[in-house]
Design a protein around this ligand. Structure first.
Ligand code: FES
Ligand code: FES
Length: 220
């Protein structure tokens, strides 16, 4: 674990301290009113108890209730608490797309959102799209077109691909849509732009485009 040499604190310690700063700040402000010269000590921040909260949502059609540390990301709730490990953790910083899931039909990076923000929402992960015996058409197309090599990015790529076709069908333009008044077309350029948040270190991009195009029923 990385430690800051100056303070002797681990990165985890600093993150913990940052997360409790807001709550501790309120306490500190009221304490400050009584003793204005009393500084807030880092040790107090580090030992503050995390707060927990219940959240209810459906995951792949099943109602779930979890009591979580409010700092738990949706990704960690899925993987560590519900043991749905199909959704992958790549960067944990919103940069790779490996953690893509759908919330109420919209794709999101589950590492960038807190689980407790999804009260009442419907979450769909790769496990909810299909099974090895009964694959979703997009999963089957990825297999047919060799849309993966190591497979680590694949659950996120497939969730994103399903969402991309929905976005195009709904007429939502992208950064490369030339005519904002016309329905977007299913071009390779559109697909590459819309899938640009999903990184594949194995470089399976051209096969992924072929798989999506196959499902959409148009030649790439
Ligand atoms: Fe969420 Fe990389 S793990 S974007
Ligand atoms: Fe290996 Fe995409 S298949 S990272």
């Amino acid at each position: 674990m990385q430690r800051t040499p100056e303070a002797g604190l681990s990165r985890r310690d600093l993150l913990t301290a940052g997360a409790v700063t807001v709550a501790a700040g309120a306490t500190a402000r009221s304490a400050h009113a009584e003793s204005p010269s009393e500084p807030v000590r880092a040790a107090d921040l580090l030992t503050a108890e995390p707060s927990h909260m219940k959240v209810h949502f459906t995951v792949n059609g099943t109602a779930r209730e979890l009591e979580l540390d409010t700092r738990t990301t949706l990704l960690d709730a899925l993987r560590e608490h519900l043991h749905l490990t199909g959704t992958k953790k790549g960067c944990d910083h919103g940069q790779c797309g490996a953690c893509t899931v759908m919330v109420d039909g919209v794709r999101i990076n589950s590492c960038l959102t807190l689980a407790v923000m999804h009260e009442g929402h419907a979450v769909t992960t790769i496990e909810g799209l299909g099974t090895p015996d009964n694959m979703h058409p997009m999963q089957a197309a990825f297999v047919r077109h060799d849309g993966y090599q190591c497979g680590y990015c694949t659950p996120g790529q497939i969730c994103s691909s399903v969402a991309v076709l929905d976005e195009i069908k709904a007429g939502i333009p992208s950064h490369v849509t030339a005519d904002l008044t016309a329905a977007p077309t299913l071009s390779v350029e559109e697909l590459r732009e819309r899938m640009s948040g999903n990184i594949c270190r194995c470089g399976a991009y051209s096969n992924i485009v072929e798989a999506i195009t196959d499902v959409a029923g148009s030649p790439a």
